[in-house]
Design a protein around this ligand. Structure first.
Ligand code: FAD
Ligand code: SF4
Length: 370
């Protein structure tokens, strides 16, 4: 047993904060890196090594971070590498796009043909270095960044039966729309944008291939293969591709993210908006919040509010949509509480809506410079 596996036996919670932190980001625990020769080969290898011993690695920015963080239940011995498979592409398709799972986030950020909401969301991910290593599917399927699980606390996600986030420090990484078991936000910036675009995802399993909506890909907290998680992809399945349908004519879109720091940081809240405009009237709208719920949060009241409004939107209509976007918010009141992010989420929606008709607006707001 190597040092990392030994840590899995687990010191007390108090020790973890100190011991775990000290070891963090210094050394990678041993694992075998196995190149998959095809999607089927990856599935076969994952299935044979088992849920506790194996996982997919693509860019590795999340998987290797978790290994370094010594998270007891997230340090598989066998990493099946899919980065060499032919899943790296952005291809026009039936008026929309197909994006392969291993496409680097930076290729989406630099693509001037995909809808603005998606390239702006990709640009808001971390740093150019992480965008270069991180892949589109990896961003959508990344583990949550709740500080408790990332410091190996024995919570629901990490084999325990308590949620420290719900009762402790929940200022940054936890849902303002309620939850069950695990209250950690879905962290990725791309998933809300893909949801706003009505994208679908193709998943290959041992028994075949299925294509699901983003809502069905990330439905919220469930137990999948014995793991508490928000997406439906089992450990021995491969997400191969996203499909973005052709936009309705007159469709415009934008993304806006609020984060704490000027350098990389996850969203305190983000807004992805798509307006389908006929003449000067909004026929339908998609408004999806990121970083505030255990899944991309579809703001249905804001969508209904916007339908039928004239563009460019008046400030009153922007304010109305922004208020409707946080209908049903249930910020945590235990622990530190996180109600301040309701206001931030609402503000992100107004910024995104305003930016559609005001060119050259920033797409990220970060109050701190470092
Ligand atoms: C310092 C830092 C800052 C960050 N900031 C942001 C940010 O601001 N916004 C944001 O959105 N993200 C952020 N991230 C997350 C980052 O974008 C993701 O780590 C990255 O996109 C994951 O892609 P990857 O290819 O490296 O995934 P990996 O680490 O290889 O995998 C991530 C997860 O997805 C699974 N997986 C990957 N691909 C597939 C597939 N095709 N099929 C099935 N399972 C798969 C893996 O098993 C693993 O569980 C940050 C990460 C770091 C380390
Ligand atoms: S929010 Fe989720 S990851 Fe965080 S402590 Fe609770 S169960 Fe664990």
């Amino acid at each position: 047993m190597d040092e990392g596996q030994g840590h899995a036996a687990g010191p007390t919670v108090g020790e973890k904060n100190i011991v775990g932190r000290r070891k963090m980001r210094t050394e990678v625990s041993k694992f075998a890196l196995i190149q998959a020769t095809s999607v089927g080969d990856a599935i076969a290898k994952l299935s044979s090594y088992g849920v506790d011993n194996s996982a997919v690695i693509s860019g590795g920015t999340d998987v290797i971070s978790r290994n370094k963080e010594r998270i007891a239940t997230m340090m598989p011995q066998y990493l099946i590498d899919i980065s060499g498979l032919p899943l790296n592409y952005i291809t026009p398709s039936s008026g929309g796009f197909k994006i392969g799972a291993t496409t680097p986030v930076i290729d989406v950020a630099n693509n001037t043909s995909v809808p603005a909401v998606l390239s702006q969301a990709a640009n808001a991910v971390a740093t150019p270095q992480i965008q270069s290593m991180g892949t589109v599917a990896g961003d959508v399927l990344q583990e949550v960044w709740c500080e408790y699980v990332r410091n190996d606390f024995p919570c629901w996600r990490n084999g325990g039966n308590v949620c420290y986030g719900a009762i402790g420090d929940n200022r940054y990484y936890h849902s303002i729309f309620g939850g069950r078991l695990c209250y950690a936000n879905h962290a990725g910036d791309l998933a809300p944008a893909l949801t706003a675009l009505n994208a679908t995802a193709t998943i290959q399993s041992q028994t075949g291939t299925s294509t699901v909506s983003m809502e069905d890909l990330i439905p919220g907290i469930n137990v999948i293969s014995g793991r508490v998680k928000e997406n439906i992809v089992a450990w021995n399945e491969i997400l191969t591709e996203f499909q973005i349908p052709a936009p309705a004519s007159g469709s415009v879109s934008a993304f806006y993210k609020v984060r704490d720091r000027g350098t990389w940081d996850f969203a305190l809240a983000s807004a992805s908006v798509v307006l389908n405009v006929s003449g000067s009237t909004i026929s339908s709208a998609r408004v999806v919040l990121g970083g505030v719920d255990v899944k991309p949060h579809i703001a249905t009241s804001a969508q209904s509010y916007l339908a039928g409004k004239s563009v460019p939107l008046s400030e009153a209509d922007i304010a109305g949509a922004a208020a409707a976007a946080v209908d049903g918010a249930q910020p945590l009141t235990t622990g530190t509480g996180n109600s301040y992010r309701v206001t931030i989420a609402s503000g992100a929606v107004s910024k995104a809506l305003r930016s559609i008709y005001t060119p050259n607006q920033p797409t990220v707001y970060a109050p701190l410079s470092s």
